[in-house]
Each structure stands twice: as C-alpha cells, then as structure tokens.
Design a protein. Structure first.
Length: 116
C-alpha cells in the first residue's frame, strides 16, 4: 500500500514529482595514463560546465545534478561522447539513469559498454 504524502513530504523525500535521477559509470584508463589529469579534465570539461556533481575517481563514480533536479539524457550522452573522444580511456561503461536517492548500488550488469 502506498502512503499518502503531502507535497512538502514528497519534496523532502525526493519521491513522486521530486524524484531525482543520476547515473553511474566505470572506466579503465590505458596503461601510463595519469588519473589526476583524467579527473581534472572530467571536472573542467563535463561536470562543472553542465552544473553536475561527481562522486568517485578516475575508475568511475556516480553523477548527479548540483542543484535540485535530475541529470538529463543529453547530459548523460555528453559524458559518453566525452569518454569516446578521450585517447586515454581503454574502456568505459555507463548505466541508464537511476534514482539518485534510493538506488543502493549499480551492478556491473547495469553498465553498458560505450568504449572498448
């Protein structure tokens, strides 16, 4: 049975019309690639210009919006394009958009190959 919640409660709990989506990704860099340079470029070229947040490191992580709201399919596609254009990425896998608040983890099976 679904609980009836007020608009204020739904907003506070990030459910219903206030549900927020993000996505996970995993990368493997080519041998000799510098992780710090990869992460700096990711932040400067994709994350910050699009108003996103990133939790993780060069091996992958989870991406959400900086402000309230969801990552768009276009923002997810921009990261995929960026990963494909990088010469230091040996392989990369990206999940579909998932609930950013109530998804415990994203399994390997949920990550689709986009590079390599």
């Amino acid at each position: 049975m679904t609980k009836h919640r007020s608009r204020r409660q739904r907003k506070k709990l990030h459910v219903g019309e206030f549900q927020e989506f993000g996505f996970a990704f995993k990368t493997q860099l080519k041998e000799g690639a510098r992780e710090e340079l990869f992460v700096d470029a990711l932040l400067e070229e994709v994350i910050e210009p699009k108003g996103l947040e990133f939790g993780g490191w060069a091996h992958g992580g989870f991406i959400t919006k900086s402000e309230r709201g969801s990552v768009s399919a276009q923002e997810r596609a921009a990261l995929i394009d960026w990963l494909r254009a990088r010469s230091d990425v040996a392989s990369a896998r990206v999940s579909e958009l998932v609930d950013a608040w109530y998804t415990d983890f994203v399994t390997e099976d949920a990550l689709a190959p986009v590079v390599g």
